[in-house]
Design a protein around this ligand. Structure first.
Ligand code: GAP
Length: 490
């Protein structure tokens, strides 16, 4: 079972401390969300699983953490200043502002790939406002999605010398550090550089909870290969690896789908992109509208390293990038050849992964009193809390003391909490709903036999375990689910 819709997760997330609407005391801020005590743990666990999988378990990937604000020239030569924009229109009737290319009638009947004049279509009344249905729309204009800021205390707001951007992708921080990493870590092609961090896009129409926000977190990896490598095949290999990884996080493969991005929709740097889509909208009648991008795997050619390099010249022999002081090419000893490495880029979103994980983990079960209980069947490696220690009688100091001592003894090896704020049935229900794999109950008998009851979240089965064996018992059962290594995927 998965969540019937995103709204079910929004309400669970708020009720149980995963995600709160941001700035709520001032009426909120459209499409901004804050991660609560359990949400931050879940995000951290997703990021750690990713880092462990790519940086620790493989031998060919290094990690970095680059600045969010980079030299403006990075965005000029990456192409983002010129092309990272969406078409925007305003409705003259209801005053809504919308992304034009999402509106009914924007594209001609032949589809988005046919040549057409968008403003001619708008003026002919063919394009409809998504809010009120009016066709009284302004001409489209292009809106760059990068957030602007100014550097330095004295800078005037419109001073071009002080203009800077919040990064819209973490990838560029990797490209400009390619040589630093390659030389300091003595890497040979092929190898990859991974980075996790916040990115910012001034989305015209954010929405659907944490699916599309203006501030979000990415897990990106740039994998550098030879110019004559089988790039399209490598894209397929990374797609297969990621499908296994998502499966290892507990996502049902029936809720994942691949989309080969049509040539006309490719980003300016990509020769091929395959998106992994997740079924975020199972409630929608039309199957096609149930899916949204979870991540993308792109073949970026040598576009970025070349663009940021000082040496490449155009047909007239003029330097393409007169501002760069470095040449980001690579000398291959075995081939005795210098070249700009080509790049395969798997780019995933932390927030969209967290949403997919939550939706897929959602399940309901009826107890013997006929009450419906929510169980969040999170993969144990992702669960915010691994074990909850519950005393059966909170007015018995010996039981409370023993439960608190068990909590303290587990804390160094796994995240454990102590809870005595309700009856045992309520406490179990609460832990099931936040995905805690194990509840440990300390009862009167525990005082005699130095053993506790371990209750399994998914089966509700209970077993008696000696306190001296408890840490090892839990650690064994919490072992991360196996994920694909390069050997197992090919
Ligand atoms: N470097 C390539 C790149 O950034 P992208 O497809 O634009 O590619 C990669 O972004 C991933 O980042 C997406 O698949 C998605 O998971 C996440 N992402 C992008 N925009 C987002 C947004 N506005 N809100 C939440 N996540 C977003």
């Amino acid at each position: 079972m998965t969540a019937p819709n995103i709204d079910t997760i929004v309400s669970l997330a708020k009720r149980r401390g995963f995600v709160f609407p941001s700035s709520e005391v001032y009426g909120g801020l459209g499409s901004a969300w804050d991660y609560g005590p359990l949400g931050v743990e879940l995000c951290n666990n997703v990021k750690q699983a990713w880092w462990r999988w790519l940086v620790y378990e493989r031998d060919d990937i290094e990690g970095i953490d680059s600045s969010i604000i980079l030299n403006r020239l990075v965005w000029q030569y990456s192409g983002h200043e010129a092309t990272f924009h969406d078409p925007l229109v305003d409705c003259r009737e209801c005053k809504s502002r919308m992304r034009a290319d999402k509106l009914e009638g924007y594209f001609p009947e032949e589809g988005p790939h046919a040549a057409f004049d968008a403003n001619a279509r708008i003026r002919a009344g063919l394009v409809k406002c998504s809010e009120c249905g009016s066709t009284n729309l302004t001409d489209e204009r292009f809106f760059n999605m990068m957030f602007r800021t100014t550097l330095g205390a004295a800078a005037a707001e419109d001073d071009p010398a002080a203009l800077a951007y919040l990064r819209p992708e973490t990838a560029q921080g990797i490209f400009i550090n390619f040589l630093n990493v390659q030389t300091t870590m003595r890497r040979k092609i092929p190898f990859g550089i991974a980075q996790i961090g916040k990115s910012f896009r001034n989305e015209i129409t954010p929405g659907n909870f944490i699916l599309r926000t203006r501030e979000f977190e990415q897990m990106e990896m740039e994998y550098f290969v030879k110019p004559d490598a089988e790039h399209f095949k490598l894209v397929d290999e990374w797609v297969a690896l990621y499908l296994e990884w998502f499966k290892g996080l507990g996502i049902d493969t029936a809720n994942l789908q691949l989309k080969e991005v049509p040539a006309e929709e490719l980003a300016h740097y990509s020769k091929r992109t395959v998106d992994i889509m997740y079924r975020y909208f199972p409630e929608r009648a039309e199957e096609e509208r149930q899916w949204e991008e979870l991540m993308g795997i792109a073949y970026r050619t040598d576009f970025d390293l070349r663009s940021h390099s000082s040496k490449p010249t155009d047909a007239e022999g003029k330097r393409v990038n007169p501002d760069s002081t470095e040449d980001l090419s690579y000398f291959d000893e075995s081939m005795k050849q210098r070249f700009y490495p080509h790049v395969i880029e798997p780019a995933a979103g932390v927030n969209r992964t967290v949403l997919a994980v939550l939706m897929d983990a959602y399940s309901e079960r009826t107890n013997d009193k006929g009450e419906t209980r929510v169980i969040l069947k999170l993969s144990p490696q992702l669960a915010p809390i691994k074990a909850a220690i519950l005393p059966l009688a909170k007015n018995k100091p010996e039981i409370v003391g023993m439960a608190k001592a068990i909590k303290r003894s587990l804390q160094p090896v796994l995240r454990a909490v102590y809870d005595d704020t309700g009856g045992i049935g309520k406490l179990y229900a609460r832990q099931d709903e936040i995905g805690t794999p194990f509840c440990i109950t300390v009862d009167h008998q525990s005082l005699e036999d130095e053993a506790v009851t371990v209750r399994d979240r998914d089966t509700w089965e209970q077993e008696r375990v000696k306190v001296s064996d408890l840490a090892e018992h839990l650690q064994k059962r919490l072992k991360p689910f196996p994920v694909a290594t390069p050997e197992t995927a090919s």
